[in-house]
Design a binder for this molecule. Sequence first.
Ligand SMILES: [Zn+2]
Length: 328
Amino acid sequence: MPVTGKPKGDQSVYLIDLHCDTISHLYKTGAALRSNQAQYDLVRARAAGVSLQFFAMFTRPAESNTCLREVLKQLDRYWLEIDNNSTELYPILQRNDLSNAQSQDKIGCLLHLEGAECLGGDLEILRVLQRSGLRSMGLTWNDRNLLADGGGEGARAGGLSRKGRQTIQEMDRLGILLDLAHISTASYYQALELYPKPVLVTHANARALCPHWRNLDDEQLKALAQKGGVVGITQVNDFIKEGGFATIEDMLDHIVYISDLVGVEHVGLGSDFDGADDMVLEEVSQYARMPDLLARRGFALREIEMILGGNAVRVITAVLPEGIIGKD
Ligand SMILES: [Zn+2]
């Protein structure tokens, strides 16, 4: 769908990044979102033309109550940053907020949970987090938990548990985006079948070009496209080229490959800034180069707009609630 509103700076596009680990990084280091020495801050994101950012809460898998305490502290940090920067940040909670954030020239913030250990299988916790702003979630990080097996469990990993299936159904009811990055292959296909709306793979690349288990093979990409989903191309070297010595052209190869395989309408951006050390675009200010880089690889302006944000807007719009649940 077309996105209206005025562009930021000299950017003429709506740029959405589907994954950064900045909130957990800030929580750990005590640095500020506005300006810091890491890969992502508000000053550089605005200058690069970022319009909407998924902010992940992440804690390494552990006992569920331990994870919950950590996640709640990161949730607190997320809302403190929005409060402290309210002239430039705006929480995305419902469908209309997408266009509101753009018209106010603010960065829309979409709260994500990377791995749902903290739920411990309790849908009550999911509902509380949803009321606290959660709008996107992946069931697992790399490991097995009560809901599903993660991709790190290897080729013989299992799929969704009964609780995992219930969780996905509740996510659908609550208007929470489903992210299938990090999940096992069996879980991936089961979740795709169960969740009735388009899904995201917020940060992964094509396994045909880089045989890392975190990347999607051709069949997974085709199944994602059939459901109208979007994969966010990640900047992490290890997911771009085997051995890790990747270039910007190698990263663009993934965009071209997936566009050729399943269509440009299924490609987006999911940097993983502050989630890994070695990146092709080293930090968020480099996103300013994306329109030119894509144009040089032969994408038309309309296609560039789709990759940078339009495709993600389509999925977000299909999933987010029309109003805040529990409010008139
Ligand atoms: Zn990740």
